[in-house]
Design a protein around this ligand. Structure first.
Ligand code: NAP
Length: 300
């Protein structure tokens, strides 16, 4: 039976490390790390995500500032707020909660955020820096922000003692926010990486060879238990809500992997919920500390 990777415990460890770093930075430099989150509209899921980020900031000693705009806000209004936050030396991280309403061009928003404050790691400047990163040890030195969900996957693997160097890793999914960056991160950790997507032939055969499987597909139970090699590490990024009349809400969250069957053969596996999801916010806190550290260094 697989070891269950405890995303809650690991995310708490990461946040505790961030809190220590935030207080040390403040004691040494007087700089209090600060994250500004912008929420446009009243999407219920986005409101929950923003609230969770605020709670995490409080736990880490990071100052948080929230900007709420109505669903009718124009692109210029949003870009105006971003420009003010870019210019504010007291703000180290800026995050615009996605998705934004239709009248706003998401790409323009991502491009408008100062790359030095882009704690989501979505600005092309950060994507480019990350692509040329030789090792993760350079992150603070070079002021690079790694995207939070994929970085959380790597943190879960490493803190669970999974050896990535030389491992055969298979990533299912090639989105810009999960699949592609997690594949690049595995590559920089010296794994041999195969990326599968909707046009890949014989996915089951490819997954069967993998020492490490990262599933980021968005289809409940897509990865079958019988595809998993004995002893493999399985990271399930999927967050899919399915109907379940027996659940109190009438629905529940499931991942992209057939958990019960995969857990019978895997060496370790993340549950959904309680796995990758909790890591995203923890890594956002880490990026905010990185940003504040870079700002304090450049100010000195
Ligand atoms: P996405 O943008 O929809 O990408 C899904 C990927 O899966 C695409 O690359 C797609 O291939 C591939 N795919 C779809 N059907 C496939 C099939 N039949 N066979 C093989 N590959 C297939 O999704 P995403 O944003 O990466 O998110 C993936 C999952 O992770 C979702 O469940 C999402 O909710 C979850 N997620 C969780 C977190 C978190 O835990 N914090 C964060 C982000 C996302 P093509 O490129 O060929 O279309």
């Amino acid at each position: 039976m697989a070891e269950i990777i405890n995303g809650k415990a690991i995310s708490e460890e990461v946040k505790a490390g961030v809190k220590t770093g935030v207080e040390e930075l403040f004691d040494k430099t007087g700089v209090r790390a600060c994250l500004s989150v912008i929420l446009v509209g009243d999407d219920p899921a986005s409101q929950v995500y923003v609230r969770n980020k605020k709670i995490a900031c409080e736990a880490c000693g990071i100052k948080s500032i929230e900007h709420r705009l109505p669903a009718s806000a124009t692109q210029d209004e949003l870009l105006g707020i971003i420009a003010e936050l870019n210019a504010d030396p007291g703000v180290h991280g800026i995050l615009c909660q996605l998705p934004v309403p239709k009248q706003i061009d998401e790409n323009e928003v991502l491009l408008a955020i100062d790359p030095r404050k882009d704690v989501d790691g979505f600005h092309p400047m950060n994507v480019g820096k990350f692509m040329t990163l030789k090792s993760f040890e350079d992150i603070v030195e070079r002021g690079v922000f790694l995207p939070c969900t994929p970085h959380g996957c790597i943190e879960l693997l490493e803190r669970s003692g999974v050896v990535l160097k030389g491992a055969d890793a298979v990533v299912i999914g090639r989105s810009n926010i999960v699949g592609k960056p997690v594949a690049m991160m595995l590559l920089s950790k010296h794994a041999t990486v195969t990326i599968c997507h909707s046009r890949t032939k014989n996915i089951s055969e490819i997954v069967k060879r993998a020492d490490v499987v990262v599933a980021a597909v968005g289809i409940p139970g897509f990865v079958k238990g019988e595809w998993i090699k004995r002893g493999a590490a399985v990271i399930d990024v999927g967050m899919n809500r399915i109907d379940d009349p027996t659940a109190s809400k009438g629905s529940r969250l499931v991942g992209d992997v057939e958990f019960d069957k995969a857990a019978e053969v895997a060496g370790c596996i993340t549950p959904v919920p309680g796995g990758v999801g909790l890591m995203t916010v923890a890594m956002l806190m880490k990026n905010t500390l990185t940003s504040a550290t870079c700002f304090a260094r450049n100010k000195a």
